[in-house]
Design a protein around this ligand. Structure first.
Ligand code: HEC
Length: 332
């Protein structure tokens, strides 16, 4: 009896061990991950009988196949969804969908798009859809962008970007005024402007900084569209220009011209001499400091490090010279 019990417990132990071993050996389960690029879909108010469409996307951001079912639920038949039904998406695949809205009366129409899938974390999802029909004409403002990024420029420069304001309703859009909160950004267009349906205007915004820094502003558009005030965010970055005369040539005069005056194949006694290059060719590629032979020699990544047989230049000095080249290697 005792032996029998011992045998059973030995077997149970063995089973446990085998069980946990085979768990560890199982291949990792690849899971799908559903991403929907909208939370809700909001149509503007449009005239009865007119049509508006909105697109959205489903993306499989996981590693396993995504099985998804799409259904449109509505009380009326003002919306249509294309495509609908069952879909399989491989990892990184995208499904593009279009919702069409054609109101039949003066009313607000709520609906839902149900998305069920095998994503364990997001298996049942509802996208709210809403649109309104009206008998009266309505003005609508549409923007080509809700952000203008001016990128990086030198603090003594300026740059311009365009934005298009369109009248997409069925009544005249009146844009009363446009305000910008920071005066480094300027708008050239004079307001008010009246746009009949189907027309648009292009507005130029100029970024002209005075001092270096990151600028983050807002442009606000006041109109008779129900979306008013519309806000466009403005992003820009201004960098201090590095001067050759005051920040670069003095480095050569202090550490290099002893050898690179007339000998050593490269003359560093002036901007013109530097840009005329060495016996082997150009040492500066304007706009690309990292690939310029001059910077490689200073960092010691192309043969002997410069200055030869002397301590290296400070990193901050090399960075500044590299920035001067990145900014276009100007004679400034
Ligand atoms: C002690 C003398 C000496 C000093 C100081 C010196 N160099 Fe040189 N440099 C040389 C010699 C010799 C060569 C050629 C051999 C070589 O490339 O290593 C050279 C080569 C170079 C080259 C490569 C030119 C080519 O043919 O492509 C660059 C660029 C350069 N030096 C920049 C500098 C800079 C910038 C400084 C100052 C921070 C400096 N050097 C300081 C002696 C010097």
């Amino acid at each position: 009896m005792k032996t029998f019990i011992r045998l059973i417990s030995a077997m149970t132990l063995l089973q446990l061990l085998l069980g946990s071993c085979s768990d560890m050996g199982d291949p990792e389960i690849l899971l799908p991950q559903l991403i929907v690029d909208v939370e809700s879909i909001e149509f503007s108010t449009i005239t009865i009988g007119a049509t508006q469409t909105k697109g959205f996307r489903l993306i499989n951001n996981g590693e396993g196949e995504l099985q998804v079912t799409l259904a449109l639920v509505q009380d009326s038949s003002v919306y249509s969804l294309d495509p609908q039904g069952d879909f399989n998406l491989n990892p990184e695949d995208t499904l593009n969908l279009v919702v069409t809205f054609t109101p039949q009366s003066n009313a607000t129409y709520p609906a839902e798009i149900l998305v069920s899938s095998n994503d364990p974390e997001n298996s049942d999802l509802a996208i709210q859809v809403r649109g309104r029909g009206t008998a009266v004409p309505v003005p609508v403002l549409s923007l080509s962008d809700n952000q203008l990024d001016f990128g990086q420029i030198l603090s003594d420069g300026s740059v311009q970007k365009q934005i298009t304001l369109s009248s997409t309703g069925n009544d005249t859009l009146s844009i009363d005024s446009v305000t910008v909160e920071q005066d480094v950004f300027q708008v050239d267009t004079v307001f008010p402007q009246h746009l009949i349906p189907g027309t648009s205007i292009s507005v130029t915004v100029t970024f002209e900084p005075v001092i270096a820094g990151n600028y983050d502003g807002e442009m606000t558009i006041y109109s008779n569209s129900s979306s008013s005030p519309d806000v466009i965010s403005l992003l820009a970055d201004a960098e201090e220009a590095v001067s050759y005369a005051t920040s670069v040539q003095p480095v050569w005069d202090g550490s290099c011209t002893g050898c690179h005056g007339t000998s050593a194949g490269l003359n560093l006694s002036s901007y013109a001499q530097l840009m005329s290059g060495a016996n082997s060719g150009a040492v500066v590629i304007a706009g690309d400091g990292a690939s310029s032979r001059l910077i490689m020699k200073l960092r010691g990544t192309a043969g002997s490090r410069m200055p030869l047989s002397a301590p290296p230049l400070a990193d901050s000095t090399i960075d500044r010279i590299e920035r001067w080249i990145d900014q276009g290697a100007l004679d400034n």
